[in-house]
Design a protein around this ligand. Structure first.
Ligand code: NAP
Length: 468
């Protein structure tokens, strides 16, 4: 069933395990997957199934796996993280190795990978957020939504990241699902967030937060919002919070609803109804009693962030009023100002060139590819190849398609390259069993607090948990 594959301790012990578990070796094709997120695991699943004689090594820079599923998906959306049960099964397949705490471009190179593996699949995702390019963007308290996400989700490197919630109004630029996630995490009752795996640092910030109003700014009109209906519905139901939608932005689109295709139609209908329809008595009472609000301010483009009296921290955001022109907009000279102490860019993520030898389109922030093929034997899947769009199911479909190409190109190959046995020594790399120890420590730490888990935040604490 498993072909020529076998579990054995690798001939030369080039990898020093923190645990004593053997790595899995074999003589068939060797596949390196760089990035232990959704794209990496889904692609591995397909390749491992189609080629049981192959050995697939998943390289991940952190000791902990799952990329954006752990560090991006909102902690109160645990249902989205159910894919982890599939990833667990993939990691335990007899021809799959997880090699954590190992960074491409630092601990090993792209040239090493190409020399040692028959197929190299890059799936290391998006590490940066896009910038607006407006004056004042460098002011204190103007930051990426991604920074906030990293603070509430416990991404290593963000343990002491300064997020100041000592402001009445937060402005989020962009009207996608990340904006909605961040707005929800800023406004949801702390007691409801507490049971998930939100960091204690975020819960503490929320307890002293002065934020009462979150304004989401979209450059186009209501027909072009990027968030989805489930996320919008959640916002309309948020406890102690009322939505503010500006009627004049919805009146002109009422008649267009009939022409829209589902599911877009349902989303826009919900927006229009929330903006224009009188809520039922119960909802009206809830909105009237609400102490907080979230506001959708559309047809506005940020043009400048202005400092307060200290000259360093943001105090105002200037917005230009836009008028719709088909699917686009035209910016007018009309300027509005919002007083705010925190401005978050949420206009999309972008990838980085992890190694200078990787082909990279720095304008688009992706590895250029055709259906995942980059060059002979080199592939990319997930947001590194497609750009930052779609939900996990889209990433899965993309990863399956690219994996299909890897499998196709490996056809007929019996004897593979050396795989990790030819790779440089990776001191301090971690294994799947090491991650399982970390997971156990996190779950134990969460129990007394009634939390799903208390995430270990630093790489050092993760490595200590493995040793313990
Ligand atoms: P997104 O959906 O692409 O939204 C980006 C927003 O930024 C859009 O409103 C876009 O407006 C705006 N924007 C882009 N450039 C801008 C600029 N220069 N100035 C002003 N506005 C600008 O991206 P995202 O919210 O980062 O989400 C990424 C993907 O992850 C999406 O597919 C999303 O659905 C998914 N996701 C899903 C969930 C969930 O399922 N709950 C949660 C988080 C993320 P234009 O449309 O005008 O360009």
């Amino acid at each position: 069933m498993l072909g020529s594959w076998q579990v054995l301790r690798c001939k030369s012990q080039v990898f020093r395990n923190l645990s004593t578990t053997s790595l899995k070796c074999g003589s068939g094709p060797k596949v390196a997957v760089v990035g232990g997120g959704a794209a990496g695991f889904y692609a591995t699943q397909q390749i491992a199934k189609a080629r049981p004689d192959s050995v697939i090594d998943i390289f991940e820079k952190l000791p902990v796996p799952f990329g954006l599923v752990r560090f991006g998906v909102a902690p109160d959306h645990q249902d989205v993280k159910k894919c982890i049960s599939t990833f667990n099964k993939v990691a335990e397949l007899p021809n799959v190795n997880y090699i954590g705490n190992s960074t491409l471009g630092k601990d090993f190179s792209f040239v090493d990978l190409k020399r040692c593996y028959d197929s190299v699949l890059l799936t290391y995702g998006t590490d940066e957020d896009r910038k607006l390019g407006i004056p004042g963007e460098d002011l204190r308290n103007v930051m990426g939504a991604r920074d906030l996400v990293s603070v509430y989700n416990g991404l290593p490197g963000y343990e002491t990241f300064p997020v100041d919630l000592d402001t009445d109004t937060v402005v989020i630029i962009g009207v996608g699902n990340v904006s909605i996630d961040v707005a929800r995490l800023l406004l949801s009752p702390v007691d409801q967030l507490r049971k998930f795996d939100v960091t204690e640092a975020w819960l503490e910030k929320r307890l002293t937060s002065k934020v009462k109003r979150v304004v989401l700014v979209g450059r186009r009109g209501p027909l072009h919002v990027s968030f989805t209906i489930k996320e919008l519905r959640e916002m309309t139901k948020l406890e102690n919070t009322r939505p503010i939608l500006h009627k004049e932005q919805y009146l002109p689109i009422q008649d267009m609803l009939a022409k829209l295709e589902r599911p877009r139609k349902r989303l826009i209908e919900l927006l229009v109804n929330t903006a224009l329809k009188e809520p039922d008595a119960k909802t009206a009472e809830r909105y009237n009693n609400a102490k907080q609000s979230w506001e959708l301010q559309l047809l506005r483009s940020p043009v400048e962030a202005l400092p307060g009296p200290d000259g360093k921290s943001v105090a105002k955001l200037r917005l230009a009023v836009n008028i719709p022109k088909g699917d686009s907009v035209e910016q007018t000279d009309q300027i509005e100002e919002i007083e705010t102490g925190l401005v978050l860019r949420s206009i999309g993520y972008k990838s980085i060139q992890a190694d200078p030898d990787i082909k990279f389109d720095s304008k688009k922030g992706i590895v250029p590819n055709e259906d995942g093929r980059v060059s002979p034997g080199v592939y990319t899947a997930g947001w590194l190849g497609t750009g930052p769009r779609g939900v996990i199911i889209d990433t899965m479909n993309n990863a399956f398609k690219v994996a299909g190409n890897v499998i196709e190109d490996l056809k007929g190959m019996q004897e593979g390259k050396p795989g990790r046995e030819g790779m440089p020594h990776l001191p301090g790399h971690t294994t799947w069993q090491d991650w399982k120890k970390i997971e156990q420590v996190e779950e134990e730490a969460g129990k007394p607090k009634g939390k799903l888990r208390e995430k270990l935040w630093t790489v050092e604490s993760m490595l200590n948990a493995i040793k313990s």
